[in-house]
Design a protein around this ligand. Structure first.
Ligand SMILES: NC(=O)c1ccc[n+]([C@@H]2O[C@H](COP(=O)([O-])OP(=O)(O)OC[C@H]3O[C@@H](n4cnc5c(N)ncnc54)[C@H](OP(=O)(O)O)[C@@H]3O)[C@@H](O)[C@H]2O)c1
Length: 382
């Protein structure tokens, strides 16, 4: 058999990626994984990972296929695990089921385990084929958060902003709700449900008093941790965030300059307050701290000052930028990124893999500021 996937297997791999997405918002800190069992080119079993402690995708697909798995091909989006975690190794399940061939979308990112699933299967006489190029990249893309956390030891950070066509995030009077239409706002709620944490600056928390919860989202819903960058612990005790801190966690990154009484008052109401050194909490340090706790994905929702700080610190991986077909105008109306800016022009951050789509009447422009980590052990750090 070929060491590269056949066209039928690549079609199954695309389907396996779709299956993997069923676990969106629930699998962290595990990866999203989908698997398909193929027999004579027909799908006879499928599965996806539903979350920590639940069966892995390969095991679910094998169970779905039953006896038809013997001599069949299993197509999975990520290298099957070869170690005991909360569940036994998938390589054991694949061998026990007597599968003849395994097609793998991308390898395990961790240096200590990477390639082991492949070699154990090959040693057992199972034919293994690895996806390459766009097919492999697509499998890495669905796990951008898992891969970033594993390789860079911090969460994957998505920056979301919404501007008028002339690049304003609010009017000169500070009015900013709503710049985008309902479809864009619904998409943001979907993203909130997908990530482990949502971050805003204290400017936004004071101006908008947001809840930062995911609302009106189909399917099982897990609320993200809400995080505020707030050097002086100014977050009001009667804010929506503080009032709901008992039900959905709120973390405030502050500094040693913050008033102890204010910190205590927030803590008394169930807010976790983390004090950092320096004038302001540093985006990358804060992200590393959250990463060490198992937070793999973060959505930064602004505002302009914090967004610029994240971009400037190299702490943004993916940009999702809504442009609404309105003109706000006004020299005093804030633009989307405050601070001194990133010139000279030759050196400003430039998005890669840029895509655009219509979302209702708005246009969503997406692009990456960092590459999704591959499996290179040398990619440690950011
Ligand atoms: N259209 C959109 O997409 C969108 C999104 C969000 C907000 N908004 C609008 O934007 C406005 C608020 O934006 P904003 O720019 O004034 O506030 P912001 O970016 O939400 O918050 C800025 C504040 O965060 C604090 N901060 C803590 N750590 C920081 C760090 N490392 N770097 C930078 N800042 C840090 C600083 O205050 P301390 O020094 O006190 O800590 C800073 O002044 C509101 O009108 C809101 O409605 C629009």
């Amino acid at each position: 058999m070929s060491s590269r996937p056949t066209p039928v297997e690549l079609e199954a791999l695309t389907h396996a990626r779709r299956l993997a997405l069923n676990g969106r918002g629930r699998v962290s800190p595990n990866p999203l994984v989908g698997a398909v069992v193929l027999r004579d080119g027909e799908t006879v079993g499928e599965g996806w990972h539903e979350g920590p402690g639940e069966a892995h995708a390969e095991v679910m697909a094998l169970a779905d296929a039953g006896d038809r798995a013997r001599g069949a091909t299993v197509v999975c989006t990520l290298e099957p695990c070869s170690h005991f975690g909360r569940t036994p190794p998938c390589t054991d399940a694949l061998r026990a089921a007597g599968v003849a061939r395994v097609v793998i979308g991308c390898l395990d990112p961790l240096e200590r385990t990477r390639g082991q699933g492949v070699s154990i299967l090959r040693q057992s006489g199972v034919d293994v084929a690895l996806a390459v190029g766009d097919d492999e990249a697509a499998c890495r893309e669905i796990n951008a958060a898992f891969l970033t956390a594993a390789v860079r030891r911090r969460p994957h950070v998505m920056l979301k902003l919404a501007t008028s066509l002339d690049g304003k995030i609010a009017t000169a009077d500070g009015e900013s709700r709503w710049i985008t239409g309902p479809d864009s706002r619904a998409l943001v709620h979907r993203w909130r449900a997908d990530v482990d944490a949502v971050v805003v600056g204290i400017g936004t928390a004071l101006a908008d008093d947001p809840q930062l919860t995911a609302r009106n989202v189909d399917g099982p819903l897990r609320q993200p941790m809400r995080v505020v960058f707030d050097s002086h612990a100014r977050l009001p005790l009667d804010s929506g965030l503080v009032r709901t801190a008992g039900e959905i966690p709120v973390t405030v990154f502050t500094t040693e300059a913050a008033d102890k009484a204010r910190i205590d008052a927030l803590a008394d109401r169930g807010v976790r307050v983390l004090r950092e050194r320096g004038d302001r909490p540093h985006p990358l340090e804060a992200m590393r701290l959250l990463g060490a706790e198992g937070v793999q994905s973060v959505l930064v929702e602004g505002g302009a000052v914090l967004a610029a700080a994240f971009v400037g610190a190299g702490a943004v991986d993916l940009v999702n930028w809504f442009v609404a077909p309105i003109l706000i105008g006004g020299a005093d109306a804030p633009g989307a990124l405050a601070g001194p800016g990133f010139g000279p022009l030759a050196d400003v951050p430039r998005l890669q893999d840029v895509e655009s789509e219509r979302v209702g009447e708005d246009i969503l422009v997406s692009g990456r500021l960092t590459a999704i980590p591959g499996v290179l052990g040398s990619e440690e750090g950011t």
